[in-house]
Write a protein that binds this ligand. Structure first.
Ligand SMILES: Cc1ncc(C[n+]2csc(CCOP(=O)(O)OP(=O)(O)O)c2C)c(N)n1
Length: 340
């Protein structure tokens, strides 16, 4: 993946080459095919739980590509599979974590799946209470500023969770101290069963920025290139001491909230079908095919490569060992403490 290696922050990132576009699309597609397989694994009874990022790939890939991988920091949220794949998380890592296997990088099989952590990408795992990743990002941003490092922090969240006190505290703190933090709200229009207009009185989560003293921007979260352009700008601004930004990328949650939710009880099939017309994979694929950046043959090759990687990840994870019972408390409690 080229994001971390080739992106430099600032104007250069705005030049989106054909290769970069194909690379972004590849990560979106891989994420989608993996995510779809997770649903199948759940229905086969092979995993206990899945929370999906289907429909949110454009926002996540556009954001990830604006970062320097391994230098910048990320405090993500549970739907960020595509974001994590861009930062170096592998399909094997994902399926291992779905199955709670020992080798998975989030927590060695202790965390819920999709509570991402990847040391090589400075990606920090979050807790299950929503919005707790936002104060972590503000804290990391403060450390970066105090150490005068050339880094930024990206933190993501669903729009419903921007109702939480922790989120306001984090944004307020980052704004006061002009910290290099990007608050990306992935507005998929539902918080479980609660639609956006029952969650906030403003039209967009980005409008909350004016009350807290930072820049707020809205972007079409189904258009990966639009998200990349906006993210590149605000990342460059944060890197050069211009302070935090609040971005709302709007899309639609195409799947139910999780594998344990029946969304037929609160939204119609017609609504879902209508919104699928702006499925970000469809939007990007159409753009790339029509502009000649991607040929039908290249697309087919990408599809078979993605399928092979997903098959490999499942076969690998199925054979991988679970953590041993004796290791359950480690590394939360180190040996010495447990013995004491
Ligand atoms: C503090 C807290 N309250 C409630 C929950 C239960 N919960 C988990 S996800 C979720 C919905 C969050 O919606 P949103 O922030 O819009 O993100 P989305 O899931 O739609 O991506 C809720 C209420 C929780 N995990 N933490």
């Amino acid at each position: 993946m080229k994001a971390g290696n080739t992106s430099t922050g600032g104007a250069k990132q705005m030049e989106v080459t054909a290769e970069l576009k194909r690379d972004m699309f590849w990560h979106m597609l891989l994420s989608r095919r993996l995510d779809e397989r997770a649903w199948v694994l759940h229905r086969q009874g092979k995993i206990a739980f899945h929370i999906s990022g289907i429909g949110q790939e454009a926002a996540q890939v556009g954001a990830a590509f604006a970062l320097r991988r391994g230098e910048d920091w990320v405090t993500p949220y549970y739907r960020d599979l595509a974001l994590m794949l861009c930062l170096g998380y592998t399909p094997r890592d994902f399926v291992l974590s779905l199955m709670g296997k020992r080798e998975e990088p989030n927590s060695g099989g202790r965390q819920m799946p999709s509570h991402w952590s990847l040391r090589s990408a400075n990606a920090v795992s979050h807790s299950a209470p929503v919005a707790t990743q936002a104060p972590h990002a503000a804290g990391i941003g403060l450390a970066i500023k105090m150490r005068k490092e050339d880094k930024v922090v990206l933190t993501t969240i669903g729009e419903g969770s921007t109702s939480q006190g922790e989120w306001y505290e984090a944004v307020n703190w980052a704004a006061i101290h002009a910290l290099p933090v990007i608050f990306l709200v992935e507005n998929n229009q539902y918080a479980i069963s609660v639609p956006t207009d029952k969650q906030m009185a403003v039209k967009s989560a980005a409008d909350k920025a004016c009350g807290l003293g930072l820049d707020g921007r809205m972007v079409d979260g189904t258009d990966v290139f639009a998200v990349y352009a906006v993210m590149s700008e605000v990342v460059a601004k944060a890197r050069s001491g211009g302070g935090p930004s609040l971005i709302e990328a709007r899309m639609y949650r195409i799947t139910p909230h999780s594998s344990d939710d029946d969304d037929r009880s609160y939204r119609t099939r017609e609504e879902v079908e209508e919104n699928k017309k702006r499925d970000p994979i469809l939007v990007a694929r159409t753009q790339l095919l029509e502009s000649g950046v991607l040929s039908a043959r290249e697309l087919e090759e990408m599809e078979s490569r993605a399928k092979a990687m997903v098959d490999d990840a499942v076969a690998y994870a199925e054979k991988a060992p679970y953590p041993a019972v004796e290791e359950a408390a480690y590394p939360v409690y180190v040996e010495e403490v447990r013995r004491a």
